[in-house]
Design a protein around this ligand. Structure first.
Ligand SMILES: [Zn+2]
Ligand SMILES: [Zn+2]
Length: 415
C-alpha cells in the first residue's frame, strides 16, 4: 500500500489502510453473522461497521424497550417497539454505507436455517443464555465455522473464541447441572407466561467484551496470518472490579457431544427447494432417491404433530416445534381435559399413529426455517445433507446499497 496516495479527507478507510496487518480486501469481502442485538450486540455491530466489514447478517428476536437505551448505541427513543435486528441494521448502514446489513427476527434455536451459518466466515454470539449458546455452538461445529462468544455482568465479562478442530468448544465446559437447567423435563411443558430473568449489565463492560470479540473475529478472517496468536480454545476474562485481565485455557472434554457433529460429507444444494414450497414428502423422496427406500430425514428439532384428548378422543393439529407448544395449548377445547402430544424428530419414519398427514405440508408449515439443512440417513450409516438452497436469494441476497432483502413483513410473519 502506497500511503502517499491516501486521501485522508475523502477516504473513510484511509487510517485503517495504514495498519500493516489490516487486510482491507479481506475485510470488505467478509461475511459475519451477529446473533443477538442487545447490549453486546450493539457494541459488536458498531465496531464491525466502523471497520467496514462488507457483509453483516443480524439475527435477534426482541423488540426495543426504553430500558435498552442505557446500553445500546444504535437505538433511539423513537425506535421503541421496533425489532432490534431491523433497527440495528439500519443504524450500521447509516454509520457506514459500505456495509451491507441484512437482518432477520426470530428465535435462534429454532428459526435460523443452518444454510445461513454455512455462508459465513465468522459467527459472533452476543447471547444471554446457555441454551442459545449451546445451539450456536453445535451449528458451528456441524458446519465447521469459527465463532466468538461474549458474556457480561456489571463490571466483569468474558470473551471466548471457538474454532472446530482447534481446542475446546462451548459445550466442553458444560456441566451436568448446565444441561439440566437447559432441558425441559419430559412431560413438563413450560407455560407461555414463564418469566425470563433479567441480568443487569452496563454499556462499559459490553463495550470492552465486544471490542475483544470483534478483534478476534478480525483475526479469524485470516487464520493463517494469526495462527497461534488467536483466542481459540482460550477465554479472555476481564475482572472490572479490580481492573485486571487474564487468559484461561479452556480444557477439551473428551466425550463432548459437539465433537461428533462432523461437517456433512456432502451437502446437496437443492436449488429449487424452499421451506415454503417443498413438502416433507418431497424431501423424503430426494432422500430415498439418494440413499434407498428406507431413508429417513432428521428434523433439527422435535416436531409436535398433534394433541390427543384422553377424555373425548378429539385430535387437534399442532404442527410446530415442540418448544413452541405451551402448557396453555394442551387443554382440550371440547371437554377441557389436558391432552397429550404426539411428536417426531424425523420425516419418513413410522407415522402410522398420526392422523395428520404432515408430510404433505410445506416444510415451513412444520416449522422448518428458510435455507435450512436437513440430514437424511439410510442403511449402513449412509448420510446425505440437503440444503433448501432455493431460499438463498431471499435470505442472503447481498445487494450493495439496497435495503435489506429480507423485508420487514416477511420477517415479522416468522416470529
Ligand atoms: Zn466440545
Ligand atoms: Zn376432550
Amino acid at each position: 500500500m502506497n500511503t502517499g496516495l491516501l486521501d485522508f479527507r475523502t477516504d473513510r478507510d484511509a487510517s485503517l489502510k495504514l495498519i500493516d496487518w489490516f487486510d482491507i480486501e479481506r475485510v470488505r469481502a467478509a461475511r459475519i453473522l451477529v446473533i443477538g442485538a442487545g447490549a453486546i450486540g450493539n457494541e459488536v455491530l458498531k465496531n464491525l461497521a466502523l471497520l467496514g466489514i462488507g457483509h453483516v447478517f443480524i439475527y435477534d428476536k426482541d423488540t426495543i424497550d426504553m430500558s435498552n437505551l442505557s446500553r445500546s448505541v444504535l437505538f433511539r427513543a423513537t425506535d421503541a417497539g421496533a425489532l432490534k435486528a431491523a433497527v440495528a441494521a439500519r443504524a450500521i448502514r447509516d454509520l457506514n454505507p459500505n456495509v451491507e446489513a441484512l437482518w432477520e427476527s426470530g428465535d435462534v434455536t429454532l428459526d435460523l436455517g443452518l444454510g445461513v451459518y454455512r455462508t459465513m466466515d465468522v459467527i459472533i454470539g452476543c447471547l444471554d443464555n446457555r441454551e442459545a449458546r449451546l445451539h450456536v455452538n453445535r451449528a458451528c461445529w456441524k458446519l465447521d465455522r469459527p465463532w466468538v462468544d461474549g458474556g457480561i455482568g456489571q463490571l466483569n465479562g468474558q470473551a471466548r473464541a471457538y474454532r472446530p478442530g482447534h481446542g475446546a468448544c462451548y459445550e466442553c465446559s458444560m456441566t451436568e447441572n448446565d444441561y439440566r437447567r437447559i432441558s425441559v423435563p419430559c412431560g413438563a411443558i413450560a407455560s407461555r407466561y414463564a418469566s425470563e430473568g433479567k441480568v443487569p449489565t452496563t454499556p462499559t463492560i459490553a463495550s470492552i467484551v465486544a471490542a475483544v470479540q470483534v478483534q478476534e473475529a478480525l483475526k479469524l478472517l485470516s487464520p493463517d496470518v494469526w495462527e497461534g496468536r488467536m483466542l481459540d480454545g482460550r477465554e479472555f476474562v476481564f475482572n472490572g472490579t479490580v481492573g485486571a485481565a487474564s487468559f484461561v485455557e479452556m480444557p477439551v472434554r473428551e466425550d463432548c457431544p459437539a465433537h461428533d457433529l462432523l461437517p456433512p460429507e456432502s451437502i446437496v444444494e437443492l436449488a429449487g427447494a424452499t421451506a415454503s414450497r417443498t413438502t416433507g414428502a418431497d424431501i423424503v423422496g430426494a432422500a430415498r432417491e439418494a440413499l434407498g427406500p428406507d431413508a429417513i430425514v432428521d428434523l433439527n428439532f422435535e416436531l409436535a404433530v398433534e394433541r390427543r384428548c384422553p377424555g373425548c378422543a378429539s385430535v387437534h393439529h399442532l404442527l410446530r416445534p415442540l418448544r413452541k407448544v405451551f402448557r396453555e395449548d394442551l387443554e382440550c377445547e371440547e371437554c377441557g381435559r389436558v391432552g397429550y402430544v404426539l411428536s417426531t424428530h424425523t420425516l419418513g419414519g413410522p407415522a402410522d399413529e398420526y392422523e395428520e398427514d404432515f408430510l404433505a405440508r410445506p416444510l415451513s408449515e412444520l416449522g422448518v426455517p428458510r435455507l435450512d439443512i436437513l440430514t437424511a440417513r439410510g442403511r449402513g450409516g449412509l448420510e446425505v445433507s440437503f440444503e433448501l438452497s432455493g431460499d438463498a436469494g431471499a435470505t442472503l441476497g447481498w445487494h450493495a446499497g439496497e435495503d435489506s432483502s429480507v423485508d420487514e413483513e416477511a420477517a415479522n410473519a416468522r416470529t
